[in-house]
Write a protein that binds this ligand. Structure first.
Ligand code: HEC
Length: 401
């Protein structure tokens, strides 16, 4: 690549390396540049500091891999649109602040007493550990092997609803107190936009973000659409570049694997990892569709395994690859184990049927979770790349039921 481009791309980063075309695309589309400032950072969305940081658009898509037990909320999912959020990041030697702005024509406040109405909300999550040799967590709240810290705020009547959680997956949140955290959220009636700011120390007891490339993901809840818990829109893992800290070249290689993330339908697409048409054939031949729903493959019972219909926009390519080769590294927790009953079994003395294990996504073996998905590590590298190339093209939630 040419020198000028390389310099522009890596800016002030401390080490120079030659980015490949894929890595170039990765920095262009997946990386938000943090702006370094000398002074204090304000957590006020109206502070002038936010006028000086450019930021980047991040897209959020309906979370459909894990289903909520709510017919009304689920029935709205096929009609949802992707949400565009403007994200900006500033940092100084001690703190980092992330700004998130998005459009919502109808600001919803969660009332105190009505349990059928929900407030708008937003969260930012960071993996507790990341960097060379550490795989990406499940983006929808982490997993047992990869806990994340989630900063959440919601619009709830009469109180400040701001929380920090450590999460190891849906249904396994532990609230924590973190010193130096400031969170705020404001609605602008004129522009019909919410703006939220999350400020935290770069280094806490739990995670250290003093690194050239920091994974980050976003979720937004629209109360009007009955969104709450896992029912939300979600980004894939994005990355913040903090130019004051060194960038690890191997980590860039790892997280950018499979980029360009662009439409494979684009004519000028280069360096793609595989052939999506062959990948689809392989996915069917290997029986992925007996557990997962995706594309026009709808034979698997809903909820038996994550719905992969929009996996291409919610999961990073390298994460998809690892999910196929080693399902036990990241095990997604199913939210609704109690949703399915085995009506063929004997009911207990309260006339309740036992759970139907078919819908449990893992089994416990010697105290450890084991994914129900078999590892497909015997496939050739090209086969795996073709399957990933295919899954990357999946970006629809229209057939979700
Ligand atoms: C026996 C059922 C089964 C088969 C067959 C199966 N999977 Fe899975 N898969 C699961 C389950 C259950 C999970 C969730 C638990 C976990 O994280 O491992 C999962 C998780 C995944 C994930 C992560 C999803 C997410 O939202 O993060 C991907 C990607 C995936 N599978 C792809 C595939 C592909 C590709 C194939 C075929 C080559 C396949 N699976 C075959 C059951 C299956």
């Amino acid at each position: 690549m040419n020198r000028g481009l390389k310099a522009g791309l890596l800016g002030l980063s401390l080490i120079a390396f030659t980015a490949t075309a894929g890595e170039k695309e990765f920095f262009k589309y997946e990386v938000i540049n943090g702006k370094y400032v000398e002074g204090e950072i304000s957590a006020d969305p109206d502070d002038k500091i936010w006028k000086t940081a450019r930021g980047k658009d991040v897209y959020l898509y309906p979370q459909i891999t894990v289903r909520l037990n709510d017919k009304k909320a689920n029935s709205l999912i096929p009609k949802k649109k992707k949400v565009t959020a403007r994200v900006k990041v500033v940092y100084n030697s001690k703190n980092i602040a992330v700004y998130v702005r998005w459009k919502d024509d109808t600001p919803s406040i969660q009332p105190v007493y009505d349990t059928d109405a929900f407030g708008d909300g937003v969260s930012v999550e960071f993996p507790n550990r990341f960097g060379k040799g550490i795989s990406l967590p499940y983006v929808g709240m982490g997993d047992e092997n990869h806990p994340v810290t989630v900063y959440l705020q919601k619009n709830v009547a009469g109180r400040d609803y701001q929380k920090v959680f450590i999460s190891k997956g849906f249904g396994s949140l532990t609230e924590i107190e973190e010193d130096g955290v400031e969170i705020s959220m404001k609605y602008n009636e004129e522009t019909k936009e919410w703006t939220a700011v999350f400020k935290r120390p770069l280094k806490t007891d739990i995670s250290n973000l003093k690194s050239g490339l920091v994974p980050v993901a976003f979720a937004i809840w629209d109360g009007d659409k009955y969104e709450r818990d896992g029912n939300k829109v979600l980004s894939r893992w994005k990355f913040i570049k903090l130019g004051k800290f060194p960038i690890n070249e191997d980590y860039v290689k790892y997280v950018s694997w499979g980029t360009p993330y662009i439409d494979w339908y684009r004519k000028d697409r280069k360096e793609d990892i595989g052939d999506p048409v062959r990948g689809k054939k392989l996915a069917i031949e290997n029986g992925c569709n007996s557990c997962h729903r995706f594309d026009d493959q709808r034979i698997a019972p809903a909820g038996m395994a994550p719905d992969l219909s929009n996996i291409g926009v919610i999961a990073n390519a390298v994460y998809i690859k690892e999910s196929i080769i080693n399902p036990n590294d990241v095990i997604i927790r199913n939210l609704n184990l109690n949703r399915h009953y085995n009506k063929g079994a004997q009911p207990d003395k309260f006339r309740a049927y036992p759970n139907n294990d078919m819908y449990q996504w893992y089994i416990m073996m010697d105290g450890k979770r084991q994914s129900k998905m078999p590892p497909f590590d015997y496939l050739s590298q090209q086969d795996i790349n073709d399957i990933v190339a295919y899954l990357k093209t999946l970006k629809s939630w229209k057939k979700f039921k």
